[in-house]
Design a protein around this ligand. Structure first.
Ligand code: FAD
Length: 348
């Protein structure tokens, strides 16, 4: 059944805690409910914006003239089971971390490094969430969607969805805002396939029998030391993507930083196997060395142990505060390094 309401407050529907009202709000329980969105009596206001937990979104201050769509569909079933893998179909409304908790507990490998990332399984297929050397797309087989334009269900193989660093075809035309993801198919491994070469993960696990749950526990404890819990300070996680630039630009970046009095000898530079000639820089390092640790605008500020995260300092931050701080950080990093940061967070 589709439940519809008008003028619904969204402070609790976004982890940044921005206050405002959605002109229309609709919740669906079953994929077939999505057919009813087009019925005239629903009077569905355009655009229709499907959200998960609102953990990667910046809502506007005041009012959103749209239909905000939320999924309560969390059905999970085993599709295939052989000696090496188990394949699951998972409803888009299930929290990714709940799924990881259950599958790690029965010894399945694949998603454990993504433990403790907020948000739903449906959104993870849009965002290609990633952490500690693993991306969601690594375990993804296919994604089933309701096409709002053609009013029918369609299934995409993961290989058709152009997955990249925090990117997928769902973020771009013609699929953006047109596809409501209803189910994802994930293939997890029975055999141990740990990814431990990231940060201090391997040393954390020394002397502990290696299981998906042990890796999950280690990841959760590392994340707790670096990132704010949503109950502690509202945020949308990393606000900016790590910039990918042409390797030819590195001398100019170092020169510009030197002119601003910044030493770049320890600047992290990651070479990309899939994009020779390009390098990935650390947005957190650029923000930190750009002197922006502790920067604030109104009630929005950077998080002390991870300046890449913009937080709602006292629960009263407005979208204008957050966007103002983000704009200031972009301008300062550009001025000091000649590198343009782009937001990972989506502005609604
Ligand atoms: C404290 C914190 C830590 C974080 N750490 C990480 C991290 O380590 N790695 C990482 O990658 N991200 C991280 N994030 C960002 C965030 O958790 C992810 O981007 C997550 O996938 C967002 O899920 P959500 O359900 O909240 O989606 P939302 O933010 O609600 O939506 C994100 C996008 O997906 C679309 N969408 C959502 N559901 C559907 C659907 N069913 N069909 C079609 N479109 C849909 C929305 O329209 C929007 O475009 C973090 C966020 C926070 C607050």
């Amino acid at each position: 059944m589709l439940s519809v309401a008008d003028n619904v407050p969204y402070k609790s529907l976004n982890t940044m805690g921005i206050e405002g009202y959605a002109r229309r709000y609709a919740e669906w329980e079953e994929p077939s409910d999505l057919y009813t969105l087009s019925e005239p009596e629903i009077n569905c206001l355009q655009p229709v914006i499907q959200i998960g937990e609102g953990s990667n979104l910046l809502f506007p201050d005041g009012r959103l003239d749209a239909t905000l769509l939320v999924s309560r569909y969390r059905d999970t079933e085993v599709l295939e089971h052989d000696s090496t893998h188990i394949t699951f179909r998972v409803g888009a409304g299930l929290r990714l971390d709940d799924f990881i908790d259950k599958t790690a507990a029965i010894g399945l490998w694949g998603l454990e490094n993504l433990s403790h990332i907020p948000g739903t399984v449906g959104a993870a297929a849009v965002q290609n969430v990633g952490a500690y050397g693993v991306e969601f797309a690594d375990c993804l087989e296919s994604v089933k969607c309701f096409d709002l334009e053609d009013q029918r269900f369609t299934t995409f193989a993961a290989s058709e969805l152009k997955y990249g660093y925090r990117d997928s075809a769902f973020k771009h035309a013609p699929l953006h805002r047109r596809m409501i993801i209803t189910d994802v198919t994930l293939r997890l491994s029975v055999d141990a396939k740990p990814h431990l070469d990231y940060g201090n993960l391997r040393s954390r696990l020394e002397g502990i029998p290696l299981t998906p749950m042990a890796v999950r526990d280690a990841i959760i404890s590392i994340r707790r030391t670096k990132l704010p819990e949503i109950t502690e300070a509202g945020s949308a996680g990393s606000f900016f993507k790590n910039p990918v630039v042409s390797a030819d630009l590195l001398p100019a970046i170092r020169e510009k930083a030197a002119a601003a009095g910044i030493d770049t000898t320890d600047m992290p530079v990651y070479h990309l196997a899939d994009a020779p000639g390009s390098v990935k820089l650390s947005a957190a390092w650029l923000i930190d060395r750009g002197g922006l640790k502790g920067a604030s605008c109104g009630s929005a500020g950077t998080w002390p142990t991870q300046p890449l995260v913009i937080v709602n300092l006292d629960g009263r931050a407005t979208a204008a505060d957050v966007a103002g701080l983000a704009g200031y950080i972009v301008a300062e990093v550009d001025r000091k390094f000649g590198v343009r940061l782009t937001p990972e967070v989506e502005y609604l």
